[in-house]
Design a protein around this ligand. Structure first.
Ligand code: KG4
Ligand code: ZN
Length: 352
């Protein structure tokens, strides 16, 4: 069973051919980082225009690299939710056109759920039930998984996604966009002290499996730029503006390391809580751009080990947005009898 996957939910135009859900025959990703870098974040209108330019060449390249023709395809899978609406529409329109022209099924795939499939590419299925964690630029969610397609969300971020916190902290530290990998690198640089700053770890309510990263991001902002001075009180002398130490390379490195320690503690705390409340689980399945993070990867391995779970985590190429995870999960859904029609909508929010 050969499935073409198409992904255009944010700032990557991607296409991939995957056989039987697992075997990646090709995976092409055209990133738009440079187009958005000068704005410090993704500009939706620029993103959808770039998708329009890249979608056909990217699909052609994926077919070419896989050595298959359009007529070999058994289905077209497309990430149709969640994402930027204009961006989603480009991939969805291409997928519908191909499905109609070739007379093969169209399968809509939830991009967040597909991140949990990324670790199952080029390997077999792990044991279930599994605990799932998606840590990406747009989402941070914990799932209980009875199978790759039976997910129950146990918790999610109530404000910033973890990748968003990485990107905002990178911007505060002047590291450019997107900054996750730069913080990763700085945080493990020689001499980095991850206890130099005691950044807050949000626990929320005692039983909560939700996350919050906005307080952590603000704590970094105050450390770098100083706390905002309270407004002057009439008749009193203005409060002194606190001195902020210069942001030297050493200080930047230590802030990056301490920020990462706080992120790790927050994520591990919630995973441990989820195991306590909903376990036992046989496998820990992680996915999303932030699962490329060196420090978190080793924390996940240790946590899985401590709890007698197998760890399923994507190869580096499948951490960030890609279409192999869409084609792979699309293949599983196809096998389960799922078929969508040409009325399939682009939806900005995730299914669960
Ligand atoms: O999954 P993804 O490609 O897009 C979304 O679905 O949102 O994730 C992108 C996010 C960005 O926030 C980026 O900074 C972060 O993944 N990221 C990293 C690393 N590589 C990418 N964060 C921490 N460490 C990394 N090595
Ligand atoms: Zn993603």
């Amino acid at each position: 069973m050969i499935v073409l996957g198409i992904e255009s939910s944010c700032d990557e135009t991607a296409a991939s051919v995957v056989e039987d859900g697992h075997r990646v025959r090709s995976s092409i990703v055209a990133s738009q980082y440079e187009l958005h870098a000068e704005y410090g974040g993704v500009v939706p209108e620029i993103a959808s225009r770039a998708h329009e330019q890249h979608i056909v060449p990217v699909i052609d390249a994926a077919l070419d690299e896989a050595g298959v023709s359009r007529n070999d395809l058994d289905a077209i899978a497309v990430g149709h939710r969640p994402g930027l609406i204009g961006s989603l529409l480009v991939g969805l329109s291409a997928a519908k056109a191909m499905s109609w022209a070739l007379g093969v099924p169209l399968i809509g795939v939830d991009h967040v759920h597909a991140h949990l499939w990324a670790g199952m590419l080029d390997r077999g299925l792990p044991a279930f039930p599994a605990l799932g964690l998606v840590v990406s630029g747009g989402h941070t969610s914990i799932y209980s998984m009875r199978s790759p397609t039976e997910l129950k969300r146990l918790g999610a971020t109530i404000d910033d996604a973890v990748g968003e916190a990485y990107d905002k902290v990178a911007a505060i530290l002047g590291l450019g966009h997107p900054g996750g990998s730069k913080i990763d690198e700085l945080g493990r640089a020689e001499g980095a002290d991850d206890r130099a700053f005691d950044f807050p770890v949000s626990r929320l309510a005692k039983e909560s499996l939700d996350f919050s990263f906005s307080g952590l991001k603000t704590a970094v902002l105050y450390e770098v730029r100083g706390r905002p001075t309270p407004p002057a009180i009439k008749g009193k002398p203005p409060l002194p503006v606190p001195d902020v130490p210069e942001l030297t390379p050493e200080r930047t490195r230590d802030i990056a390391a301490s920020f990462q320690r706080a992120v790790e503690r927050a994520v591990v705390l919630k995973l441990e809580r989820a195991i306590e409340q909903h376990g036992p689980f046989r496998t820990l399945v992680v996915g999303g751009g932030v699962s490329a993070n060196t420090r978190l990867r080793s924390a996940f391995a240790q946590l899985a080990d401590r709890n007698g779970m197998e760890l399923v985590i994507p190869a580096m190429a499948y951490c960030i947005d890609n279409a192999a995870m869409i084609a792979g999960l699309g293949g599983v859904l196809l096998n389960n009898g799922r078929r969508d029609d040409l009325m399939l909508s682009a939806v900005p929010t995730t299914g669960c």
